[in-house]
Design a protein around this ligand. Structure first.
Ligand code: CMP
Length: 144
């Protein structure tokens, strides 16, 4: 099953110059980059992205963090990429993320956890539509 998923390097990841290392892990794994951009997230976009978390007590802190600087958002394509990316990213709480995962290697606090990865194929579809216009997603051949 060829899938697409949305991966975002959060503001702490950008500030800590981790974008290249994070992208490298997805390339190395053999996934295909089909969309990429850097942007300053608005409160409105963020609340749509995290529509299920809007009422959580930590949402104001999450909003402050996610809008504190630019994010790098990308769409990766490949076989079971949604599930594989969740494994590569690691547990939401970096303290429970295994070494070798992005969060396990680069972060130590749940409110500064470096990356976002879509949690299901349906979630990925929704998030990709929210963050990207159709023309910003490129189909290209990688001989696979
Ligand atoms: P993410 O995988 O992007 O999805 C939801 C985000 O909410 C999560 O990463 C964390 O950044 C944040 N989050 C989840 N739970 C908490 C929490 N208990 N305290 C602070 N932030 C949280």
């Amino acid at each position: 099953v060829r899938e697409r998923t949305l991966i975002a390097v959060k503001p702490d990841g950008v500030q800590r110059r981790l974008v290249g290392q994070i992208m490298q892990r997805f390339e190395q794994r053999g996934f295909k980059l089909v969309g990429l951009k850097m942007l300053q997230v608005s409160d409105d976009l963020l609340s749509q992205h995290y529509c299920e978390l809007r009422t959580k007590p930590f949402y104001p802190r999450l909003q402050e963090y996610m809008t504190s600087g630019p994010v790098v958002v990308m769409v990766w394509e490949g076989y079971k990429v949604v599930q594989a990316s969740r494994t590569m990213v690691g547990h939401t709480n970096p303290l429970e993320a295994q070494a070798g995962t992005i969060r396990g290697d680069f972060s130590s606090h749940i409110s500064r956890n470096v990356v976002h990865a879509s949690d299901s194929p349906e979630g990925a579809q929704r998030e990709i539509q929210l963050w990207f216009q159709k023309k910003e997603l490129l189909n290209w051949d990688c001989f696979d």
